[in-house]
Design a protein around this ligand. Structure first.
Ligand SMILES: NC(=O)c1ccc[n+]([C@@H]2O[C@H](COP(=O)([O-])OP(=O)(O)OC[C@H]3O[C@@H](n4cnc5c(N)ncnc54)[C@H](OP(=O)(O)O)[C@@H]3O)[C@@H](O)[C@H]2O)c1
Length: 257
């Protein structure tokens, strides 16, 4: 899909990957509609022309308001980027269930709800792209954030299923699986800390701009899956071929083996 002149609605655009996507898509000529809780962050990311909606994506009302305002201002939505998300470093066997539910609400139900609000308009206009920002952890479970991986694996399955549900309608879906990206994600987690070995890997992390560029390119070429950096595919392949070795190594990093 060509980006120039398209209306793009981005969730979680007040910082990190979402803010970088706002800048990347605006530079390619897109019209922006942005939602997150921090209004000032949205204004900084989007500049004076962006439509900004301050709201919490765990609320039905805020999700609907973002979509309604976008349609009122621009009359259409061409690209939906479901990017807002949060992590938690806590073993799943002792995590309070309300935390697990919160993670599912923001990382899975919010993208589902946004898609349910936007897809009918995209179907009516016979075109659209739904981009879900998952994680490499949705492809290979990370034991230091099992529940987070669960939410991203669910998002992965949703994206694949919707691709087939919407086939022939002109609406495409794409899953993005970033590895380590240098954002505030680690400090914004709901609880816990990154294992030391994972923290050390931060020097290999890509910038949010690199991630946003990969997303923009993925939309342009109608990709099904974007793994960024591409070396993430090696981990996916290693897990398929040698699961017990990879699981043992992951448990060691987690400090549980
Ligand atoms: N950084 C990584 O290494 C990495 C790796 C793989 C995947 N990802 C995924 O990439 C996406 C973006 O992460 P990031 O690294 O850019 O993290 P980030 O810097 O923490 O940004 C998260 C964004 O989500 C928004 N957000 C969080 N809770 C929200 C809520 N309840 N309602 C509305 N907006 C909310 C935040 O805005 P407000 O606080 O203003 O609401 C912020 O704009 C996430 O889905 C994450 O899981 C990140």
């Amino acid at each position: 899909m060509r980006i120039d002149g398209k209306v793009v609605l981005i969730t979680g655009a007040s910082e990190g990957i979402g803010a970088a996507c706002a800048r990347e898509f605006a530079a390619s000529g897109a019209k922006l509609s942005l939602i997150a809780r921090n209004e000032e962050g949205l204004r900084q990311a989007g500049g004076p022309d962006a439509l900004v909606t301050a709201g919490d994506l765990t609320s039905d009302e805020a999700r609907r308001r973002a979509v309604d305002r976008t349609l009122e201002r621009y009359g259409r939505i061409d690209i939906l980027i479901n990017n807002a998300g949060v992590g938690i470093y806590q073993p799943s066997w002792e995590m309070p269930l309300e935390e697990a539910r919160y993670l599912m609400e923001l990382n899975f139900f919010a993208p589902l709800a946004m898609t349910q609000l936007v897809a009918p308009h995209m179907r009516a206009q016979h075109s659209g792209a739904i981009v879900n920002v998952g994680s490499i952890g949705g492809k290979v479970v990370l034991p230091w954030m099992t529940l987070y991986s669960v939410t991203k694996a669910a998002l992965n399955a949703l994206t694949e299923g919707q691709r087939m549900e919407l086939m022939g309608s002109g609406v495409r879906t794409m899953i993005v699986c970033p590895g380590y990206v240098q954002t505030g994600f680690q400090k914004n987690v709901r609880a816990g800390h990154t294992p030391e070995q994972v923290q050390k890997a931060r020097r290999w992390a890509i910038s949010p701009e690199t991630c946003a560029e990969a997303i923009r390119r993925g939309v342009e070429r109608d990709a099904r899956t974007v793994v960024t950096p591409r070396s993430g595919w090696l981990l996916v392949l290693a897990m398929r071929l040698f699961p017990s070795i990879v699981e043992g190594r992951m448990a060691k990093i987690n400090g549980t083996a």
